[in-house]
Design a protein around this ligand. Structure first.
Ligand SMILES: Cc1cc2nc3c(=O)[nH]c(=O)nc-3n(C[C@H](O)[C@H](O)[C@H](O)COP(=O)(O)O)c2cc1C
Ligand code: SF4
Ligand code: SF4
Length: 373
């Protein structure tokens, strides 16, 4: 049922829904993943691609961590992709001490239409000493060189990061500029996920964003979606709540069926990201809109013109009886409003069509914005 509900595309990858399994080294192999085929994406691994990282992983095992190790790492990677190829969209999270093994892994991943996820996240000292994992966050030029070279294979590239290690916005911009397709954001924070980082990355880049950390129920997932995540992933909770992936898929599918925009932003005044300019009123009063426009590099007159021009010949141009005479200025469908609902009824516009038009409007506004350039 969910296969056609979402229209998600990242290069050659088309995840069937926006819920992902995040990897856990030594745990999320093809055997473990077989229990989570309903996810839109399964990130297998993390796999160690060369002798130095496999030796480092062996040392980690000695001190009690779980890891996947192999004397024939690339053959092992291939066998894992073979075993999981019919599950759903697959990514492989990988680490290596030099660029060459990443290139080999990228070629293998591409053969399987899988995504290659560069692990710039692991904090284990044995890996960091080799320049792998989080060491890549602290050496952005090398990370970007890896991305550029790996992209030459044609593989879809994700970069797994941990937030608050370096300047996240600068990091995300550099990752985008180097040619990566996706950023998988572990928004780790002592009080739960740092949602503000997801919003800042959303505002600054066009990258496909996977939000991660502390997703234990749909409330947390919804916060990530409404602040800019295109997808949300789960790691630890899969072990304590094996039904979590199915629950999240079911909840987000209902939202998509009812509204047509599963990750619609909160209003700007509710803390939403800049996509929410599509829901803003005419700029006639002092409110959070003005700060958001400044951030987007658009002045109030330009904003009025962008919206008014866009809605011409769309059904949301109309809006007699609404606050500003056109649904161009109307709120999100989840905000109850009988004025807008009666305008929708008079134009025979469904809630889903209304929200899809608002989504296109938001994309149009952000194309004119200077912030993502
Ligand atoms: C045992 C374990 C192993 C992990 N191994 C990896 C790894 O190899 N690569 C990686 O990018 N993240 C790894 N992670 C991080 C998870 O993918 C995820 O980012 C983190 O656990 C936060 O998400 P959660 O709150 O849903 O667990 C690991 C996490 C755990 C608990
Ligand atoms: S313009 Fe309206 S929706 Fe936008 S921030 Fe101001 S009050 Fe909120
Ligand atoms: S008519 Fe309703 S939906 Fe439209 S701007 Fe006014 S309060 Fe918002």
């Amino acid at each position: 049922m969910t296969d056609k509900l979402f229209d998600i595309k990242i290069g050659y990858a088309s995840p069937k829904n926006p819920i992902a399994v995040a990897c856990m080294a030594g745990i999320t192999d093809s055997k473990f993943a077989a229990g989570f085929k309903n996810a839109g994406l399964i990130v297998l691994g993390g796999y160690n691609l060369d002798k130095p990282t496999n030796d480092a992983a062996r040392k980690e095992i000695e001190r009690g961590r779980t890891e996947f190790v192999s004397d024939i790492p690339l053959e092992y990677l291939k066998s894992e992709l073979e075993a999981a190829k019919d599950f759903t969209t697959i990514a492989v999270n990988v680490r290596a001490a030099t660029l060459a093994p990443y290139i080999e892994a990228a070629k293998i991943a591409k053969e399987f239409n899988a995504i290659l996820e560069i692990n710039a996240h692991c904090r284990q000292p044995e890996m960091n000493e080799l320049g792998a994992g989080e060491a890549l966050l602290k050496d952005i030029p090398r990370l970007c060189e890896y991305i550029r070279e790996i992209k030459k294979t044609g593989v879809v590239v994700s970069v797994k990061i941990r937030v608050n290690v370096v300047n996240d916005v600068e990091l995300a911009k550099a990752i985008e500029k180097a040619g990566a397709d996706m950023i998988h954001v572990d928004a780790m924070h002592p009080d739960g996920a740092d949602i503000g980082v997801i919003r800042r990355i959303r505002n600054a880049t066009n990258l496909f964003i996977i939000g991660n950390n502390s997703v234990v129920d749909f409330e947390v997932a919804k916060e990530m979606f409404s602040h800019g995540a295109d997808m949300v992933s789960v790691a630890r909770a899969m072990r304590t709540q094996p039904g979590i992936i199915n629950n999240l898929v079911s909840e987000i599918s209902s939202i998509q069926s009812m509204t047509g925009w599963y990750n619609a932003p909160k209003h700007i005044c509710g803390g939403g990201d800049l996509r929410a300019l599509a829901f803003c009123c005419l700029p006639v009063k002092p409110c959070a809109l003005h700060g958001a426009l400044k951030q987007a590099g658009i002045n109030a007159e330009e904003f009025m013109k962008i919206k008014t021009d866009f809605v011409k010949k769309t059904p949301i141009e109309y809006g007699e009886g609404t606050c500003f005479g056109s649904m161009a200025w109307c709120c999100k469908i989840t905000k109850p409003c009988f004025l807008r609902d009666s305008a929708l009824e008079s134009t025979s516009l469904s809630d889903v069509e209304y929200m899809r038009t608002k989504k296109r409007l938001s994309e149009h506004i952000l194309k004119q914005s200077k912030i993502r350039k």
